[in-house]
Design a protein around this ligand. Structure first.
Ligand code: SF4
Ligand code: SF4
Length: 419
């Protein structure tokens, strides 16, 4: 059977420890936390990934990945040895002097690191001085990375905005800097420079994920929602296809927010020889397929419409797919509703998978490329989603009628897996 959902990139969440405690941290990292992966665990997972899947890039994030020390360098070298690109996402706490900034960039580059991402915004700034980021940026330019990026998220009250960073870092005069997103939040599809460093400003809206869900106030977020894009985006392109390894060595769907232990998107502990089975289970899971193909916003809308008394979506505005997913898979009541009603969508998801297999198996063999997902339209991939909804209604009504006839609660549709 054609495997649709399989990893094309992976984020290694090296540790949940961090030198900072940013208010918006989607991974809930802090100085007090202490879970971390060893190089052996990382190599075990990556070795299986490289063996079974077409991996494009490995991202080392956290927490703060450089806290892993030699184990990080060895893991970067492991990627290099296997011909797979690598990136780290760091807060640059280490760039406290020009010499230390240079030393860290040198060490990372010599280990084989391709891309350096440095985070800076209003939420990082209380913990890591902006001067560190300047030093790291200046030092990185000397080391021939394939890409150097500043990851910035901002809202209407932000001081450290993309414009501010461009100005302060002297980016405009210094290097050709490309923004990752346009004013509407859509990917610009920036050009990768050949034989020279690509400089990127990754400018995203601040999102309320992880502890940010409680600590970021309404006034701090842009008042735009995923609804502006709902007509053109279908399922989540990142589910499984941009998987992550947690600091406690579990394979999870993505790095959208802290998913370790989530009953739907945590696929289990990675051991020597089991990773392809964990991926196969994820690819066979109906709710995971619904998230990947229908998408969290559409699932939320369907559930709110279909069984309003059984679900809870407490936010007045949902800004992104991940914010919806956070509440969809994170709130027990919503999980129960999905378990209960998922069977009604099984035949439609199966039809969509068969369509994908017909189209892509002859050319790819297996695995849906990451790029394809971004452009999938709900209408095209699940052409009869409205029929699925009507069908679900009919089943529900029939179940209600049967219940009242029997004078007892009718059976709930059982959780279903795609065989
Ligand atoms: S957002 Fe990044 S720097 Fe801030 S606490 Fe989380 S992992 Fe650390
Ligand atoms: S929508 Fe869900 S599955 Fe997709 S990236 Fe966000 S958290 Fe992950």
């Amino acid at each position: 059977m054609f495997q649709v959902l399989e990893p094309h990139t992976v984020t290694i969440l090296t540790t949940d420890k961090c030198t900072a405690r940013c208010r918006h941290c989607c991974m809930n990292s802090s100085p007090e936390r202490a879970n971390k992966l060893t190089h052996e665990q990382i190599a075990t997972a990556l070795g299986q990934m490289f063996q079974h899947y077409r991996m494009k890039v490995v991202v080392f994030a956290g927490g703060e990945p450089t806290l892993l020390g030699d184990d990080l360098l060895k893991s970067i070298a492991f990627c290099k040895k296997h011909g797979v690109g690598s990136r780290i996402v760091t807060n640059a706490y280490w760039a406290d002097t020009p010499e230390n900034a240079t030393a860290m960039c040198k060490e990372l580059r010599e280990a084989g690191l391709d891309e350096l991402n440095i985070s800076m915004d209003d939420y990082h700034e209380p913990y890591v001085a902006f001067a560190n980021v300047k030093r790291a940026w200046q030092a990185a330019k000397e080391f021939d990375f394939s890409a150097v990026a500043i990851a910035n998220c901002y809202g209407p009250q932000s001081v450290l905005t993309p414009d501010f960073l461009e100005e302060e870092l002297g980016m405009k005069e210094d290097v050709k800097i490309q923004r990752r997103f346009d004013v509407d939040g859509r990917s610009t599809g920036f050009e990768k420079q050949i034989h020279q460093t690509t400089f990127v400003l990754s400018n995203g809206n601040v999102q309320r994920l992880g502890r940010g869900a409680d600590l970021i106030a309404d006034e701090e977020i842009a008042r735009e929602s995923y609804n502006t894009h709902i007509a053109t985006i279908g399922g989540c392109p990142h589910a499984v296809r941009a998987a992550a390894l947690t600091p406690r060595n579990h394979l999870v769907s993505c790095c959208g927010f802290e998913l370790h232990g989530n009953p739907i998107l945590d696929f289990g502990e990675v051991t020597d020889g089991n990773l392809d089975r964990l991926v196969e289970n994820a690819d066979n899971d109906l709710i995971v397929n619904m998230i990947a193909m229908i998408g969290p916003p559409r699932i939320m809308e369907l559930l709110k419409d279909f069984c309003p008394d059984e679900v809870s979506f407490p936010r007045s505005i949902y800004q992104s797919y991940c914010e919806v997913c956070h509440d969809l898979v994170g709130i027990a009541q919503n999980r129960q509703a999905m378990y209960k009603y998922q069977g009604m969508f099984a035949s439609h998801i199966l039809a969509a998978r068969e369509g994908l297999a017909e189209k892509y198996q002859p050319v790819l063999g297996h695995g849906l490329p990451l790029e394809i997902g971004v452009n999938i339209k709900v209408e095209r991939l699940v052409p009869d989603i409205e029929l699925a909804y009507d069908h679900a209604h009919a089943v529900r009504e029939a179940s209600k009628r049967a219940s009242s006839a029997e004078g007892a609660s009718g059976p709930s549709p059982s959780p279903t897996e795609i065989a």
